[in-house]
Write a protein that binds this ligand. Structure first.
Ligand code: XMP
Length: 513
């Protein structure tokens, strides 16, 4: 059985970060809602438990509190921030309503260098705090092992029962030694080895896929994005020719995108590929349509039709494979309006119609995005796929304002290819979240040689982001911007002006639509 750390989620925006930090220690982690029962937890036989932070107070009427029996399972527990307060409150300590929120950096001083959590952590180091209530008296058997200027109980332990608590957040980058503290918890306290590697994941996944699928056939909708590409390579490794991928060319792709997919999956991996050339169907549907929501709907509907035809051509199959990731399946706890609990629904093509009767195969559903990339790399996918920037399902249609036409697509594709090429050559492409061109169908006057021009405008958008929910524009060097503008205006016929989008999200969105 795989060693694991379970994380109970009390609604912190950092819960997934904790899970990822644990996995970076090469220990598998899973997130459960805070109210998971002690029996449910015991059944999973975790090596340790972490209680996340959260926005609530233990004094709230509906305070999210864990099953008190979890402290008697004999499993080590680490409470973080609210997790510590909930533990202390349930075990007889005292938590007082804070008058003001303690927020920001603090200096942690270790008082008990024997505490397992602080091995190889300096006696004094910076930590990050964000809490309202304050722990003022410890439960019996607990003692303080580290303090900050504002708290005598910044870190506490009950050594015999292996219960620990941190008032600060070890999972965030502002706590530079936090990773070491978590590492100490999972390895020294919980005794976990370092078995969670992507090589190991692949071996196990290949076995699981073979068992699940048996002799049946599998269909996968390949988009060229990271998730479906990695899912395809992984499933192909497990069952070879029992897998058929369906790729829909909707005519809204970036330059050479469709060729690249054929090249990599067809010629390199020898994966059976049904290629649906459907540019005309999409562009006919989009003719005369300018409303962004209608564009999306038409594209979604056309996709389903074309994909269905593709699956028929692929032949009978029992399974439909999808590149679902762990963040899509975590049961989120909506406490105190935590924004991480809001799902980006409008981005996902609203599922396939019920008449398409498939069983689902989702081999990546326990992985975070960075792990999916590592799996892809391990399976031999090129960087161009593994580290590619996100690209919206409706493609260039959301980057052409107003009506989508063949000519506008051609213009945007050329401009976009220049942005991509320059970003790659300048070493920026793989460092940022997204960079692309947008076509504005407004005309303005320019001069080229002796001629007056009256052409379109291209906006360049380059943003940094962790997850697409918030974003900031990238401060690209002026000489790179100069090259972009020069090349776009000189090389792309139909464009005579180039502008840079310097709007953050919020209030802007990343795509213009
Ligand atoms: P916005 O424009 O909402 O975009 O700030 C946030 C992130 O989502 C991507 N995006 C999409 N991805 N299907 C997708 O798979 C879509 O319909 C879609 N629309 C936007 C966008 O590129 C950005 O990374």
């Amino acid at each position: 059985m795989q060693e694991s750390i379970l994380i109970l989620d009390f609604g912190s925006q950092y819960t997934q970060v904790i899970a990822r930090r644990v996995r970076e220690c090469r220990v598998y982690s899973e997130i459960l809602p805070y109210h998971a029962s002690a029996e449910e937890i015991a059944r999973r036989r975790p090596s340790g438990l972490i209680l996340s932070g959260g926005p609530a107070s233990v004094y709230d009427e509906e305070a999210p509190l864990p099953d008190p029996a979890i402290f008697n399972l004999g499993v080590p527990v680490l409470g973080i921030c609210f997790g510590l307060q909930a533990m202390a409150h349930l075990l007889g300590g005292k938590v007082e309503r804070g008058l003001k929120r303690e927020y920001g950096k603090g200096i942690l001083t270790v008082r008990d260098p024997d505490c397992a959590l602080f091995q190889h952590v300096p006696e004094s180091s910076q930590v990050w705090n964000s809490h309202g209530d304050k722990l003022t008296a410890l439960p019996r058997g607990f003692k303080a092992v580290a303090v900050t200027e504002n708290s005598d109980f910044a870190a506490v332990e009950q050594r015999r029962k292996r219960l620990f608590g941190l008032q600060f957040h070890p999972e965030v980058a502002h706590t530079p030694h936090g990773k070491k503290i978590l590492e100490n918890f999972v390895h020294r306290v919980c005794g976990c080895g370092s078995d969670w590697t992507m090589r190991h994941f692949i071996e196990q996944a290949v076995e699981d896929i073979r068992v699940q699928v048996g002799g049946e056939r599998v269909i996968l909708g390949l988009s060229g994005g990271v998730d479906s590409s990695v899912a395809a390579a992984l499933i192909h490794r497990a069952i070879g020719d029992q897998l058929t991928c369906v790729f829909v060319n909707n005519g809204l792709l970036r330059a050479r995108e469709a060729d690249m997919v054929r090249e990599v999956f067809g010629r390199h991996f020898h994966i059976k590929l049904v290629y649906e050339e459907a540019t005309r169907a999409f562009l006919d549907g989009l003719k005369g349509v300018t409303d962004p929501e209608r564009k999306r709907k038409i594209i979604g509907r056309t996709f389903i039709k074309v994909f269905e035809a593709g699956t028929r051509r692929a032949g009978k199959a029992k399974y439909l494979a999808q590149g679902t990731l762990y963040p899509d399946v975590i049961e989120s706890v909506p406490i105190g309006g935590n924004p991480a609990a809001l799902i980006k629904s409008h981005h996902n093509v609203g599922g396939l119609p019920k008449r398409m009767k498939f069983a689902l195969l989702e081999p990546l559903k326990c992985l975070f995005k960075d792990e999916v990339r590592m799996v892809g790399k391990e399976l031999g996918l090129p960087d161009e796929i593994v580290h590619r920037q996100p690209f919206p399902g409706p493609g260039l249609a959301v980057r052409i304002l107003g009506e989508v036409t063949r000519r506008r697509l051609e213009i945007l594709r050329q401009a976009d290819a220049i942005v991509l090429q320059e970003m790659k050559e300048g070493g920026w492409y793989y460092r940022i979240w997204q960079s692309f061109a947008v076509l504005l169908p407004v005309r303005s006057v320019g001069v080229m040689g002796d001629e007056r021009t009256y052409d379109y405008t291209i906006a360049v958008r380059a943003v940094e982001s962790q997850d697409g929910m918030t974003a900031d524009w990238v401060r690209l060097p002026h000489d790179l911007l100069e090259r972009l503008a020069n090349r776009i205006v000189n090389e792309v016929k139909g464009v005579n002006r180039c502008v840079l989008d310097i709007t953050s999200k919020p209030p802007g969105t990343i795509e213009w639509e």
